[in-house]
Design a binder for this molecule. Structure first.
Ligand code: ZN
Length: 247
C-alpha cells in the first residue's frame, strides 16, 4: 500500500513568522518601490554597475539570510520524517524548508535561492556568504572567480524566465499528488498559482491556507484562514495520522 503523496506549495506567508516580509508578491515591497525593483530586474542589473553596487549592499542587509525556520516549516519536516511522501514547491527564496531539515531534493524552488550566487556568464554557483564576504572585504561588485563575469543572486529576477526543468517537475507533482496544500500564497502569480488548478483537475484534495481570499478558494475542498503557524501543524498532523491515507 502506498501512502498518498502530499504536495505543498508555499508562498511568502509561511515565512512571515520568521521575520521575512513579502518582497515579490503582487503587494510586495518591490512592487511598491520601483527603485528597489530595479535592483532585482535583470536588464537594469546587467546594464548598470551602480545598480549592482546597490544590490550587493542590499544583500548585505538581507534579513532572509539570517532568518530561522518556524513552526510551519518544522511541521512539514515532521510529516516527511513520519514516512509520508512529501514534495514542497516554494515561491520563497529563503531556503527555510531545507534549513528546517527537509532534504533538498524534496524542495523545488520556483524562484531560486537567495542563499547562493550564480555567474551570469559561465553559470558557476557558490554560497552567497562567500560572495558577501568579498563585498565586506571591499569589492563593490565582485566578479566571477572562474571567468570574470557578472555575479548575481541565484534568485529569478524580474525579466528572467523560471527554470523550465523545475517548472516541469512542479507540474508533474501537481498532477501526481493526492493532497495539494497552498500555504501562505495569494495564488495570483503564474505559473505557480496554476499548479493549484492542475492538482484539482487531476483529482487532488485542494486545501488553501491563507489569511486573504485567493482565486482558488471556490475550487478548494477546504479553506483555512487561521494563522499558518497553528493551522499547518494541525492539518499536517491529521495527514500524518492517516486521515484519508492508506491508499
Ligand atoms: Zn563565471
Amino acid at each position: 500500500m502506498t501512502r498518498p503523496l502530499v504536495a505543498l506549495l508555499s508562498g511568502a506567508g509561511i515565512s512571515t513568522d520568521s521575520g521575512i516580509p513579502d518582497y515579490r508578491g503582487p503587494n510586495g515591497l518591490w512592487r511598491r518601490d520601483p527603485e528597489a525593483e530595479k535592483l532585482v530586474t535583470y536588464d537594469f542589473y546587467m546594464g548598470d554597475p551602480e545598480i549592482r553596487r546597490r544590490s550587493w549592499q542590499m544583500r548585505r542587509g538581507n534579513r532572509t539570510l539570517r532568518a530561522e525556520p518556524n513552526a510551519a516549516h518544522r511541521a512539514v519536516v515532521d510529516l516527511e520524517r513520519a514516512g509520508v511522501p512529501v514534495r514542497v514547491i516554494t515561491q520563497n527564496v529563503d531556503g527555510l524548508h531545507q534549513l528546517a531539515g527537509l532534504p533538498a531534493r524534496k524542495v523545488l524552488e520556483l524562484h531560486g535561492s537567495a542563499r547562493s550566487f550564480v555567474c551570469t556568464r559561465c553559470h558557476a554557483r557558490g554560497p552567497m556568504r562567500d560572495a558577501l564576504a568579498r563585498v565586506e572585504a571591499g569589492e563593490e561588485d565582485p566578479p566571477c572567480l572562474e571567468c570574470g563575469g557578472i555575479l548575481k543572486s541565484a534568485t529569478v529576477f524580474f525579466g528572467e524566465r523560471l527554470d523550465p526543468v523545475v517548472l516541469g517537475q512542479a507540474l508533474a507533482i501537481a498532477k501526481a499528488c493526492q493532497v495539494f496544500l497552498a500555504v501562505g500564497t495569494t495564488l495570483q502569480v503564474q505559473p505557480a498559482a496554476g499548479l493549484a488548478g492542475v492538482a484539482a483537475d487531476h483529482g487532488a484534495r485542494l486545501i488553501v491556507v491563507n489569511a486573504e481570499p485567493t482565486p482558488y478558494d471556490a475550487r478548494a475542498d477546504e479553506v483555512v484562514r487561521e494563522p499558518i503557524g497553528t493551522a499547518l501543524p494541525r492539518l499536517l498532523a491529521a495527514l500524518r495520522d492517516g486521515e484519508g491515507g492508506g491508499g
